[in-house]
Design a protein around this ligand. Sequence first.
Ligand SMILES: Cc1cc2nc3c(=O)[nH]c(=O)nc-3n(C[C@H](O)[C@H](O)[C@H](O)COP(=O)(O)OP(=O)(O)OC[C@H]3O[C@@H](n4cnc5c(N)ncnc54)[C@H](O)[C@@H]3O)c2cc1C
Length: 505
Amino acid sequence: MGEEADIDAEVLIAGAGPTGLMLACELRLAGVDVIVAERLAERTGESRAGGLHARTLEVLDQRGILDRFLAVGELQAVGHFSGLWLDFESFESRRRYPLNLPQSAVERILEEWAAELGVRVLWSSEVTSVSQDSARVTAELGAGGDAAPRKLSARYLVGCDGGRSVVRKVAGVGFPGTPATMTALLGDVELPGLTEDYIFMRRVPDGHFSVIALEPGWYRVITSEYDHVSDRDAVVTFEQLRESLIRLAGTDWGIRNPRWISQFADAARQADRYRAGRVLLAGDAAHIHYPAGGQGLNTGVQDAVNLGWKLASVVRGRAPESLLDTYHAERHPVAARLLQNTQAQAALARPGVQTDALREVFAELITFDDVNRHLGGMISGLDIRYPAEGRHPLAGRRVPDADLKTPDGATRVYELLHTARPILLDLRGNAGLAALAARWGDRMDVVEARSEDEHWAVPSVGEIPTPAAVLIRPDGHVAWAAAASGAPDFSALRAALTAWLGPVR
Ligand SMILES: Cc1cc2nc3c(=O)[nH]c(=O)nc-3n(C[C@H](O)[C@H](O)[C@H](O)COP(=O)(O)OP(=O)(O)OC[C@H]3O[C@@H](n4cnc5c(N)ncnc54)[C@H](O)[C@@H]3O)c2cc1C
C-alpha cells in the first residue's frame, strides 16, 4: 500500500477543527510525523462554540499555552444547566471559571501552535475513501474541481472530521442514537432596536430564544421551535431567522446585516466503537448532541489529549496496540454521559407547563451547594474519573495543579506536564521509586519535589492528605498514587508503569 501513496506520514488526521488540531499538536510533542487533511480551502471565521470550560483550560495550562487563550477571551463567573445558573466560585481548580472565546479564535490559536510544532496541514484535501490492511491505512484525498485525487498512506488515521464524518462511515462504525425533535436557527447579526443587554433562553409558548452580545454592535440570535424538524441539508435564509424571531419574540428588533446563519438541533448520537483497526474517531466524529452548556468542543479537545500520547506511544513501538483500546474504554463513557446530560437539558428546555414546573423544581435544587457542584463538575469536566486500579482517591482522576518546591526552584504540577511526558512525582524522597522507574529508561521523568500544601483539594472528593508519590500520565490523569503515610505499593506501581508505559524491554 505504502509504495503507491503520493504522501506518507505516521499518522493522518482528517479534519483541522479543534479536535484534529489539538491531536496533531499532542502527537508532534511526542515527535510523531503527522499530517492533517482539511476539506476547506481556508478558515471561514465562523464560530459555533463560544467558550472553554475549566478542564479544557487546565489541559491547555498543562501544555503551557493557556495564556494565549486568556489573552483574548473573557472569564465568566457563571455557567448554566439548560439556562439555570451554575456558580463555579467554590470549585477546586485554579481555572474554575469558563472562558468566553469564539471557536474561530480557539482554532486560530491552535493552528498557530500546530505550525510552531511542525504540523503539516493540507488544505482543500477532503478524505473521500479509506482502506486498511494489517500494516497501514490509505486515504484518498479529493482536491475538488478537476484536480486529481491523491493517496496518503499512514500507520493510523484519526477521523476528526465532524458530526457527518466520512471516516466514521467508511470505517463501518455505527452511530446509534436519537433523531432531532426540534429546530434551532442561529444568526450573527446587527439588532439596532434591541434595548436589553442580552436575553438568555427566554421561554415562550412555542419555544425559546436568546440574544447574546458578541462584540460592539453584533449579536448572536438563537431561536428554538418545537413544531417541526427542519432538513439539516437545506440552506437557512435570513428571512427564515427573522420570521422565527417574530413568531417567538413578537418583534425582529430591526435585525439586519447577517454575517453567518446556521441551524442545529437536539439529535444525540455516539459512535459504537472509537477504534476500527487502524482507524480511530475523536470529537464530533464520535459524538453529537444538543449544544447545551457548551461542551462539545471541550469534549473533543479532551478526547485528543487522551488519545495523543497513547497513539504516539504505540507508533513509537513502546506500548502494545492494546493501549489504543483504553481510549474507547475511557472516553466512550465520558461522551455517553455528555449525551445524557445534554438530553436532560434538552428536556428541560422544551415548552409547556409541565416543563415549567420541572424547571421550577430544578431551579430550587440547583441552589443547594451539592447539586450545584455535581452539575458544575459534569459541565466543566472536572469530575471525570477514568476506570482505575487502586483505592487511592486520586486514581483515574485529573491531578490537582499543586504548588511544588523542587531542587531547581518553585513550580506547579501542570508546568511539569508541558512536555507531555509521563511523570513520577516523588513527594517524600523515596529512593526505591526512582530505582523502579529507572527500568523504564527515558520513557518518563522522575521529579523529586515537596508539596507546598498538606492537603490537596480534589473536585467531587474534597480535601485529601497530600500523597507521598503520584504517577501522572501525559494527559494529567493519575495512573497510580501512594497514600500520605505507609510504604508505597511497589507492585501496583510496577503494574501501572507496565500498563501505561509498556513493558520493560
Ligand atoms: C450553536 C452551537 C454552539 C456551540 N457551542 C459550544 C460551546 O460553547 N462549547 C463547546 O465546547 N462546544 C460548543 N458547540 C459544539 C462545537 O462547535 C463542536 O463540538 C466542535 O466544533 C467539534 O470540533 P471537531 O473538531 O470535533 O469538529 P468540527 O469543528 O466539525 O471540525 C471538523 C473539521 O473537519 C473538516 N472535514 C469534514 N469532513 C472532512 C473530510 N472528509 N476530510 C477532511 N476534512 C473534513 C471540516 O471542514 C472541519 O474543519 C456548539 C455547537 C453549536 C452548533
